[in-house]
Design a binder for this molecule. Structure first.
Ligand code: ADP
Ligand code: NI
Length: 214
């Protein structure tokens, strides 16, 4: 039953995210699912909930979906109509509605499974993939690579995080380099640390080149 449900959910998610070009395509989902299962096993969490929430985590995101409220209803009824228990549906929906970073204004995760999936999603914003995703996102939104005259924001409202123009390099400082301190699990922290160091090295060389160092 669970294996079948996972298969059905994969198809459901693929059909929703098929056209996404903001770094939330199905390969992102695939990586997050694998990371979440890896961490979830170590944490002895409920792997069905972890896998389902990882698969569905971006299907209600307000920057991908035009109508997030409608999307929440759509995903909930998808789960119900495929026979997922109400308590599991509630748990999965709780996780995916609280997941997003939202400029640092998100709510803490209530369950272990939620903490596991949140760590997995954050890890995919770090390291080499995280750098690639940031520049892809910045390009699509028309942000400049970097501009020393645009100051870093110490904290942001949700609206500022989503809509104020900034630079992609600023995003590294405003979000990416803050993630490793926010990790929930020990395994998540360990992987984040290594990916964080990689981003720091990248920025070091970026600024050496920016400053004309040969
Ligand atoms: P969350 O849903 O956790 O708030 P996002 O969905 O906003 O996170 O981020 C998804 C991906 O897009 C991440 O890799 C993130 O770094 C990138 N991203 C989000 N906002 C920006 C931005 N302003 N500039 C560059 N990359 C961004
Ligand atoms: Ni995601």
């Amino acid at each position: 039953m669970n294996a079948e449900m996972i298969k059905i959910t994969e198809q459901f998610v693929k059909s929703i995210l098929v056209d996404d070009r903001t770094g939330h395509d199905y390969f992102h989902i695939h990586r997050v699912r694998n990371l979440a299962l890896h961490i979830g096993k170590i944490e002895r969490s409920n792997l069905f909930i972890v896998e389902m929430a990882a698969l569905l985590h971006d299907t209600i995101d307000d920057k991908i979906m035009d109508d997030p409220k409608g999307a929440i209803k759509h995903v909930t009824s998808f789960l119900h109509s495929n026979g997922v228990k109400s308590v599991d549906t509630q748990h999965i929906m709780d996780i995916i509605t609280s997941l997003s970073f939202k400029g640092g204004n998100g709510v803490p995760m209530k369950s272990l499974e939620g903490r596991v999936v949140q760590d997995a999603d954050r890890l995919d914003a770090l390291g080499a993939i995280g750098i690639a995703r940031a520049f892809t996102y910045g390009g699509i939104k028309g942000h400049v690579l970097y501009d020393p005259d645009i100051p870093l924001r110490e904290s942001m409202t949700y609206e500022q995080y989503r809509y104020e123009q900034s630079t992609t390099i600023n995003h590294f400082y405003e979000k990416l380099l803050r993630l490793s301190d926010k990790m929930n699990t020990e395994e998540g922290k360990k992987i984040a640390q290594q990916r964080h160091v990689f981003i720091e090295k990248y920025l070091l060389q970026f600024f050496e080149e920016w400053n004309g160092q040969l």
